[in-house]
Design a protein around this ligand. Structure first.
Ligand SMILES: *Cc1c(COP(=O)(O)O)cnc(C)c1O
Length: 252
């Protein structure tokens, strides 16, 4: 019973977030369908993820490789019990990707949001090329470049000044397909203070479009606190954890 109540709450929270996205998009003169909601499930149990899948949520984000891979398997097993529902989930890796975990990540995520160095990109590329049978064309891994938009010493992400060079180098790696940029602005408890960082990421993306001669379609920006502002500034992917799943406890 308690469980059913929890599920009802989850579905209601998901719906609320979807409504907020829709409203923010319409206010900005954008099509709500152009914004992908990634439900960030880190620290939350697989049951909760499976429940959201039953309500149509398809995109999920995880920060820690071990936890992500464990949940992918658990959720597939849960969903396989219900043969009428075998949806193609899209997993997003949004945490810091360690070089030694690259082999685990390749092919298991629809999108990796956190590429931030040439070394990491080359490592991923090599891993993909080496695991492709001879004579076959490698299936590229879709990626975003994470930008350290607030130039914070402790944060991951490529420095703003180094972004153009990194993007040009990534373009030459056939194992990777660069789709856009991602950022986590400095933490504020006022969404309006995040907005200039969202504007900045969009401008960096527009500059890169000119430099690369093609349009990078994705801007991954905005979390529970500030996703409406991010949508107003052009986000195509928002990453929402707390406002869907509730607060995170430390235990995983
Ligand atoms: C945890 C996390 C989120 C979700 O944050 P909430 O504030 O819970 O919505 C989004 N993006 C990244 C990179 C995260 O690590």
């Amino acid at each position: 019973m308690a469980n059913q109540e929890h599920d009802a709450t989850l579905a209601a929270r998901l719906k609320q977030v979807q409504k907020r996205i829709e409203k923010a998009a319409l206010n900005a003169g954008r099509n709500p369908a152009d914004i992908t909601l990634v439900a960030v499930s880190k620290f939350h149990p697989s049951d909760a993820v499976a429940e959201l899948v039953r309500h149509g949520q398809m995109d999920f984000g995880e920060n820690y490789m071990q936890e992500a891979l464990r949940k992918q398997d658990e959720i597939q097993a849960l969903l396989n019990k219900d043969p009428a529902r075998r949806p193609a989930l899209r997993w997003h890796f949004i945490g810091h990707l360690q070089s030694r975990k690259v082999g685990d990540a390749i092919g298991r995520f629809a999108l990796i949001h956190t590429v931030d160095s040439l070394k990491l990109a080359q490592n991923m590329h090599k891993n993909i090329i080496n695991s492709t049978p001879e004579g076959r064309t490698p299936t590229p891994q879709d990626i975003l470049i994470q930008v350290n938009i607030g130039e914070e010493a402790q944060k991951s992400g490529v420095a703003i000044d180094s972004l153009p060079e990194l993007a040009e180098q990534v373009e030459t790696l056939s194992g990777l397909r660069l789709l856009g940029l991602m950022c986590i602005p400095p933490f504020f408890d006022d969404a309006e203070r995040s907005r200039p960082f969202f504007v900045k990421l969009r401008e960096l993306r527009d500059d890169l479009n000119n430099r690369l001669g093609r349009s990078l379609p994705c801007l991954s920006m905005g979390m529970s606190m500030d996703f409406e502002a991010a949508i107003a500034e052009g986000a195509t992917i928002v990453r929402v954890g707390t406002d869907i799943f509730g607060p995170r406890t430390q235990a995983r």
